[in-house]
Design a protein around this ligand. Structure first.
Ligand SMILES: NC(=O)c1ccc[n+]([C@@H]2O[C@H](COP(=O)([O-])OP(=O)(O)OC[C@H]3O[C@@H](n4cnc5c(N)ncnc54)[C@H](OP(=O)(O)O)[C@@H]3O)[C@@H](O)[C@H]2O)c1
Length: 333
């Protein structure tokens, strides 16, 4: 048996390229005591991985140049040295970007392929879903009757934010995304009240037209011009959950602060960062509430699946370019 893994070949300067990754064929590793050998079936690519390609201090350590990258993956146990896992079990763990992973048993979580499709443990029922749930309900303190604006709305996190807000009684939900097809999807498939393509014109103007009475909650996945537009449109005592700023992840120069931040005084709105790592305590509550909504089709999800470990770098670049609708995943076997 041969294994394949993707290593970080170099640190990107600006938008990453294929040359920043190396696809390497190698031996299948053997598990030591307390470990399991997992054949990965599907792995996640996430915007946060762009941050880990940079050599800067953050909440997660940078990837080392020359070493295999990592991230969420679901696989099948093929060999186990511990009683808690048996060959054939499906597990969620953090050693993606490779076909075979030796995982410390304490870092693997069993998942049930009969309860939900395995892919959903990396998307709507996994980290991105929990980010949406905790960011909307705890960080932004969403309440019934709020008008909610979410950027990156057709992506893994944004699509859950908008639908949850609707299901929980939002007055109006507005989303922005980067293509006409995504805008159609938000309104026609996911039930957003309004959506616009941020590439069609100034975001502030498009948002004002979509939310003439202003917004009470802004869920930020994008930053930059979107954040400025949200500051312009936010109502008195509005709340912002700052979840991501993907428009700035490939910047080579310092990015401008929101130029209209002075409005925070008159409007007394709040801005709070959300980091999903702080909210794992909500995981049980999240799954108990959201899994039935997904199973019944009340909360819909999309996945964009790229085939083959060798195409994982392409999937990651595609994610940064908006090639995905819903969760971007790589099917390994
Ligand atoms: N704080 C946390 O704990 C946490 C956890 C998970 C994710 N996040 C953040 O949440 C955001 C969404 O993550 P996700 O996993 O759900 O990814 P995603 O939204 O599924 O995929 C990323 C999307 O970003 C959009 N995008 C790329 N460049 C853009 C730009 N310059 N301006 C506007 N949109 C751009 C693209 O869609 P378009 O076609 O619409 O451009 C792309 O599909 C990211 O910012 C991520 O870093 C934060």
């Amino acid at each position: 048996m041969q294994a394949t893994e993707i290593r970080l070949a170099s640190r990107p300067d600006g938008f990453p390229t294929m040359a920043d990754f190396a696809v390497v064929d190698t031996e299948v590793p053997a598990p030591a005591e307390g470990q399991i050998l997992v054949r990965n079936l599907v792995m996640s690519v996430d915007p946060a991985m762009r941050g880990r390609m940079r050599d800067t201090k953050s909440y997660a350590p940078p990837f080392a140049v020359g070493e295999v990258m990592s991230g969420g993956a679901v696989g099948e146990v093929v060999e186990s040295t511990v009683d808690a896992f048996k060959p054939g079990d499906h597990v969620l763990h953090q050693l993606g970007w490779r076909t075979h992973a030796v995982v410390d048993a304490k870092h693997a979580v069993k998942v049930d392929a009969n309860a939900a499709p395995l892919t959903t443990y990396l998307g709507v029922l996994g980290m991105p879903g929990l980010t949406a749930y905790s960011g909307l309900l705890e960080t932004a303190e969403f309440k019934e009757g709020d008008t909610v604006f979410v950027s990156g709305a057709a992506g893994a996190v944004g699509s859950v934010v908008g639908q949850l807000a609707k299901l929980k009684g939002a007055k109006r939900v507005i989303g922005s995304a980067g293509s006409a097809e995504k805008v159609r999807h938000l309104v026609e498939d996911l039930g957003f009240d309004a959506a616009f393509n941020y590439k069609d014109g100034p975001v502030a103007e498009q948002l004002r037209a979509a939310a003439p009475e202003g917004i009470d909650v802004y869920f930020d996945n994008v930053g930059g011009e979107h954040l400025e537009a949200a500051i312009d449109s936010i109502n008195l005592h509005g709340r912002m959950a700052i979840c991501g700023m993907i428009s700035q992840y490939n910047a080579t120069e310092p990015t401008p602060a929101p130029r209209n931040l002075v409005q925070i005084i008159a409007k007394r709105f709040t801005m709070r960062g959300v980091l999903v790592l702080d909210h794992f305590g909500l995981q049980k509550q999240f799954v108990a509430e959201v899994a039935p909504l997904v199973a019944s089709g009340q909360l819909k999800y999309e996945e964009t699946i790229v085939e083959g470990i060798r195409n994982a770098p392409e999937a990651f670049l595609g994610l940064l370019n908006g090639a995905n609708t819903g969760k971007m995943l790589v099917r390994i076997t």
